[in-house]
Design a protein around this ligand. Structure first.
Ligand SMILES: [Zn+2]
Length: 215
C-alpha cells in the first residue's frame, strides 16, 4: 500500500510511525531523512535546500517535491509510508501529480489523532519531564525534586519541553496539517484513526481501518 501518514506533533509520533510501517510491511519514507541525506551528500538539491534553510525563508514546495521525485525515481513505488510530507495543499497536489505520472497513486492517507483531553494530558506530561545530566536514560516523570531518582544527578528541563513551546509547536503543526487532511478528505482518501494506546495498538487499529476501507 502507498500511504501518506499525518500525525499530531506530540510525543510518541516516531514510535507510532515506525510500528505502522512494520505492520504495513511498507518502507518508511521520512521526509526529514530524505532531505538530510541530500544535505550530507551535498547534492544540488541539498545545496538549494541549505541556502533556503539558512535564509530563514519558508521551505519552497518546489524543492520539497523535487526531493520526493528523486526518492521515487522513475519506477512506480509499490509500497511506502510517507511521513513529514506533504506540508501544504500545493505540495499535496504536486505529490498526487507525481504519483499519477509514475502510475502509482496513493491508496490512502492515514491521520492519527488524539482526543482533546488526551492531547492536553500529553502536553502536561511532556512539560513535566526532566532529564538527568548524568544519563539521559534515567527516567524522572513527573519530577519529584531537583535530583535524579536513579543516580542523584542534577535534573534539567529541555528547552523543547517548556509548556509554551510545546503548545505553540502543537498549534502551528495543526495549522499545517489540517488543510492537507482536508485536501485528501475531499478526494475520499482520508482515514482518521484514534492514536491512543501503545504504538503496536495504534498500528493494529490503523491497519484494520485501512483494510476495511479497501474492501
Ligand atoms: Zn540520573
Amino acid at each position: 500500500m502507498r500511504i501518506v501518514l499525518l500525525q499530531q506533533s506530540i510525543y510518541e509520533q516516531k514510535a507510532d510511525a515506525a510500528a505502522l510501517a512494520q505492520a504495513l510491511a511498507a518502507p518508511h519514507l521520512r521526509f526529514g531523512d530524505l532531505m538530510r541525506s541530500h544535505l550530507v551528500r551535498r547534492t544540488e538539491l541539498g545545496a538549494r535546500a541549505a541556502a533556503v534553510m539558512n535564509s530563514g525563508e519558508p521551505f519552497p514546495d518546489e524543492i520539497a517535491t523535487a526531493i520526493l521525485r528523486d526518492a521515487f525515481g522513475s519506477t512506480a513505488p509499490a509500497a511506502f509510508l510517507l511521513g513529514g510530507h506533504p506540508r501544504s495543499t500545493t505540495q499535496a497536489q504536486a505529490l498526487d501529480d507525481l504519483l499519477h505520472e509514475c502510475g502509482a497513486p496513493l491508496d490512502g492517507v492515514l491521520y492519527l489523532r488524539l482526543a482533546e483531553d488526551e492531547v492536553e494530558r500529553r502536553i502536561r506530561q511532556q512539560a513535566a519531564r526532566r532529564l538527568c545530566r548524568n544519563d539521559l536514560t534515567h527516567r524522572n516523570e513527573p519530577p519529584a525534586d531537583r535530583h535524579c531518582t536513579v543516580c542523584g544527578g542534577e535534573l534539567y528541563q529541555r528547552k523543547d519541553d517548556d509548556e509554551d513551546v510545546i503548545r505553540s509547536r502543537y498549534r502551528s503543526h495543526e495549522a499545517i496539517v489540517h488543510p492537507v487532511a482536508e485536501h485528501y478528505a475531499v478526494r475520499a482518501l482520508l482515514t482518521t484513526v484514534d492514536a491512543t494506546g501503545t504504538p503496536d495498538e495504534v498500528a493494529a487499529r490503523a491497519v484494520t481501518a485501512l483494510h476495511d476501507r479497501a474492501v
